[in-house]
Design a binder for this molecule. Sequence first.
Ligand SMILES: *Cc1c(COP(=O)(O)O)cnc(C)c1O
Length: 483
Amino acid sequence: MSLIFQKSQPGRKGVSLPKCDVPDMPVIPEKYRRGSDAKLCELSELDVVRHFTGLSRKNFGVDTGFYPLGSCTMKYNPKILEKIAQMKGFAELHPFLPQLRYGGMLTQGALVVLYELERLLCEIAGMNAFTLQPLAGAHGELTGMMLIAAYHRDRGSKKDEVLVPDESHGTNPSSAAIAGFKTRSVPTDHKDGMLDVMALEAMITNRTAAIMLTNPNTLGIFNSKIEQVVKIAHSRDALVYYDGANLNAVLGKFRPGDAGIDVMHINLHKTFATPHGGGGPGAGPVGVQKHLVDYLPISRVVKRKDNTYTLDYDYPKSIGYIAPFYGNFSVCLKAYAYILLLGAEGLIEVSENAVLNANYVLNALKGVYDVPFNKTCMHECVLSAQKQNQYGVHALDIAKALIDEGFHPPTIYFPLIVKEAMMIEPTESESRETLDAFIAAMKRIAENAEKSPEKVCSAPVSTPVSRPDEVKAAKDMDFNFRG
Ligand SMILES: *Cc1c(COP(=O)(O)O)cnc(C)c1O
């Protein structure tokens, strides 16, 4: 496979336009004009079509194979949702359509979707109100941290630090820092894979604005001490932020609001359709309890007395705008349709199957690979390649060998607190046959690691590029191609 520039032939054309019948009027001043032609590639239409079709067939996605990328939830999502998102009445709705003229009737359908999705998320998460504005999980975290800052500021408090367990998602401390907080890391209790409550109690001070915790955490473990954490935080007037990016593990089983959580976010693009990965679009709605509602970003969808809907901007204590218009509407729409499609029972089944599948993989590979925390996992499991290290094989090599087996590699070297981590998330939508095939591949690779480690270390051999220099792959596209 060569680059499109390597296929270029001087003078070859993809289009032929008729000669212009009006005089050529140079509008760009001479000093700004090119001295020579731009070095664009010169190809026929067919060359271009074949090039990009060829590239697209080298893509790996949930539509082509098993994609157990831990923490990223690359699950299959019903195609009907894409159809719904493409419906003209939604897809072609202009964000500047009048809110008041014509009684706002032109936008009522979209506003109902947003309003009802907010209510559904409140019910699912046990929160008082939601904003759908944040455009990603990390954006939700930042929004949540800004809400917490506004809350404390309003009370004249000088709280300036946020405590973040080291088993939290990496975006957590950065979101808190961007919102202006100092962060301190709370260690994990290595006996149970949850944050060390004793350490938390010793660390919390009156300057602590919030504890920010990911649950299930990045070890795939549900933090059953959450109510204790909330109690400790609230006794110091600190709030608790819950990173619920992976709510697909606990749907219908646990509601953060019931445990006293003050602020949280959900990744719609992990739990409610829309696969994560690929750089978006996503949506990270933020839910709050009553004491934080006043600070939510604008605009907010409200239901009028006559049962029509409108966007309201009149919230003097609001943190203001965090996104243009109203978030990623099509992602919200797909989440809304997904929730209605599955219903309450279906959503519970999502979580049960996600957890069952992850534990099935974990138990099948126990002994073959090291298991750092030997307990029931949630929607994803964490293995370690430490056992394979003695043969010179690392998590990276196992990930590469999986590509030759026809699978997308899992997340590796994350979470940071596990050496040689491999984080596997099978999701609820995979069949037993697929999981068995993946398990068999992982066992073959472990066997090869022992018998012929050089084979594992030279994988993949089935791809056009084997192991690109990861920096060069992004910055210098002209690296060497094999075959
Ligand atoms: C994916 C994830 C995030 C970040 O979500 P983005 O949409 O990628 O910004 C945050 N926390 C956890 C636990 C996650 O799994």
